[in-house]
Design a protein around this ligand. Structure first.
Ligand code: ACM
Ligand code: ZN
Length: 578
């Protein structure tokens, strides 16, 4: 708080100073707020058209980052910088620094950098220019984004100011994210979003410092991932014959067929585009529930044999993959095998949520497999969320059968060098050895998993579900999942390591935080951006900032500058912040 006051005074001071100097002035009202920042507003470096950006042109990544920075400066301000590789005198320097050398006597092996340290960077604004420095290219990319967000946005070209420079107060900024996993989910199952839109979404994520794109690729309402060994799966499973209108309880349909899927080439294109922005793509194939689209194509994989339509309404479906049919595992291994071929991510999401067990309880194959595996029901333990949702019936034999499937997939993924993530329902039948839990029904699942020494990603619906309304007055916004409000301030208030519940050691198991954009009610790119922004700004401070840095009023005061950039980029966003 004291630091914020100090910074505010500096900003005030610098705004007095600016009246003496010509040109628009950069400031450091950045979201997410950097970890440390010292600003001397009494002195400025003036950035002018035609100045150079120096970088190591033998290094492809640094070259790309220099180009990004050049584009961003020109887009925001109209100032065109030259790319001047290896020019030691260029005012803007991108420097890949060497790690500090320890004394010769130090015999200890060098500690590997943590993932957060790999993303760390420094920006120094001084007499002769601006130096961006980091140990890894990803750090340089983050630094370039921070510099981008410091720029004054030129909203209208003003010929009389064309020759003016941009004034950068002297500054020393040091930054490093709090969490290594900083995700956003986009549900492309309920509605399909074109590749070009996914790229815009990734750009917006990168602007906010996010590094994990959780791509929800399959749903009851549509299978969106091409599996070459099963060509009918995406072709037929991606199309539903109609879509329910509104929340769904009126059972009124539009009677318009709806479909779309991503070819493996599309997916590779997205992986490449994301990687250039230091975003990993975490693909999700949701199993064994949320599988109506696959059951439609392969009814033999369901307990009843079908027929099954690709779902046309929302909710949790009773029909799921049969847990006792050996063909189910064969199918899953084919799908996850191709998924691993296409997505290099170390994390693969297997879903696991909302899988009712009523079909399994009555299915001969499921019950035979339960017998064969010797699975027995234990007294009911409620494993539901702290949001009043969820109704898992604890350690039932059927939930253990789901754990058995998870175990098989975990082994399969491990043989490809990958780790499994599942929604918190995977706790119900007992966690598999290496499972990472994504806690969505509140934080209880995450807390339980962290206590069991499992890695956790927090994504509790009451704080992180951005399909929910952001404003209290529902009439002021497009229709969304209409239950509770998930406002910017609600998101901002989330403390992911729940210190009241977890010891310091257990808190280390919390890898990070994720915002989820489900799309039952979100069919168009513009609406998706409205749901995303500016709530992603709020989430980005949960992902990057330490608790003592966070102050919602201060965040709100910094937001207008970011919104000017949203405007410049043509982003649709909610203009009111609650
Ligand atoms: C979920 O929202 N069903 C993970
Ligand atoms: Zn079955």
């Amino acid at each position: 708080m004291r630091r914020l006051l100090f910074l505010s005074l500096l900003f005030l001071h610098s705004s007095l100073f600016i009246q003496k100097a010509a040109g628009q002035r950069a400031d450091y009202h950045i979201i997410p707020l950097p970890k440390e920042m010292k600003v001397d507003s009494t002195q400025v470096f003036v950035l002018r058209d035609g100045m150079g950006i120096a970088y190591d042109s033998n290094h492809a990544e640094t070259t790309r980052i220099a180009r990004f920075l050049q584009t961003w400066v020109s887009e925001a301000t109209g100032i065109h910088l030259q790319l001047t590789p290896s020019d030691k005198k260029a005012p803007i320097q991108l420097v890949l620094a060497q790690p500090a050398k320890k004394g010769k006597k130090a015999k200890m092996p060098e500690e590997p950098l943590s993932e957060q340290q790999q993303e760390a960077y420094t920006i120094t604004v001084h007499k002769s220019g601006i130096t961006l420095s980091a140990l890894q290219p990803v750090g340089l990319f983050r630094a370039a984004q921070t510099l981008r967000k410091s720029l004054p946005i030129r909203t209208t070209p003003n010929p009389s100011r064309q020759g003016e420079g941009l004034l950068f107060p002297y500054a020393q900024i040091q930054d490093e994210p709090r969490f290594s996993y900083r995700g956003v989910l986009l549900d492309c199952g309920r509605h399909f979003f074109p590749v070009e839109f996914i790229k815009q979404f990734l750009d917006a994520m990168a602007l906010h410092g996010c590094n994990q794109f959780h791509w929800h690729l399959t749903e009851d309402q549509g299978w969106r991932f091409e599996v070459k060994a099963l060509p009918r799966l995406a072709v037929e499973g991606s199309v539903r014959e109609k879509t329910v209108i509104g929340p769904g309880n009126m059972h009124i349909y539009d009677n318009i067929p709806y479909g779309g899927y991503y070819t493996q080439d599309d997916c590779r294109e997205i992986v490449r585009y994301a990687a250039e922005r230091y975003i990993n793509v975490v693909p999700e194939i949701d199993m064994p529930g949320h599988m109506m689209s696959a059951l439609h194509v392969f009814p033999n994989l369901g307990c009843t044999g079908g027929p099954y339509p690709v779902a046309t309404n929302w909710g949790v479906m009773r029909d799921v993959l049969c847990g006792g049919n050996p063909e189910t595992l064969e199918f899953l291994k084919t799908v996850f095998g191709e998924l691993c071929d296409v997505f290099p991510s170390k994390f693969i999401h297997i879903g696991g949520d909302e899988c009712p067990k009523e079909r399994w309880q009555k299915c001969g194959k499921c019950q035979a497999r339960i017998q064969e595996l010797g699975l027995t029901s234990e007294p009911k333990v409620k494993v539901d969320g702290d949001d009043g949702r969820g109704s898992q019936d604890g350690r039932s034999a059927e939930n253990k059968l789901q754990t058995y499937l998870n175990h098989e997939i975990e082994q399969f993924l491990a043989s490809r060098g990958r780790s499994l993530i599942g929604w918190d329902e995977i706790l119900a039948g007992g966690l598999t050895e290496d499972a990472i839990v994504m806690s969505w029904r509140g934080t209880k699942g995450g807390i339980a998993a962290a206590k069991q020494k499992h890695r956790v990603i927090m994504s509790p619906n009451v704080y992180a579900y951005i399909d929910h309304p952001q404003l209290k007055d529902y009439s002021k916004q497009p229709r969304t999942t209409d239950s509770y409000q998930v406002s910017c301030s609600k998101i901002y208030s989330f403390e992911p390591v729940v210190p009241d519940e977890l010891t310091a050691e257990q808190q280390e198991n919390i890898l990070g935080v994720q915002a989820n954009l489900w799309t039952e009610q979100v069919a168009y790119p513009e609406h998706a951006f409205y749901q995303l922004l500016p709530r992603l700004a709020s989430m980005s401070e949960v992902q990057w900032c330490r608790p003592d840095q966070k102050d919602f009023n201060n965040f709100k005061a910094r937001l207008p500058q970011l919104e000017k950039l949203y405007d410049k980029l043509g982003y649709i966003y909610c203009h009111q912040v609650e």
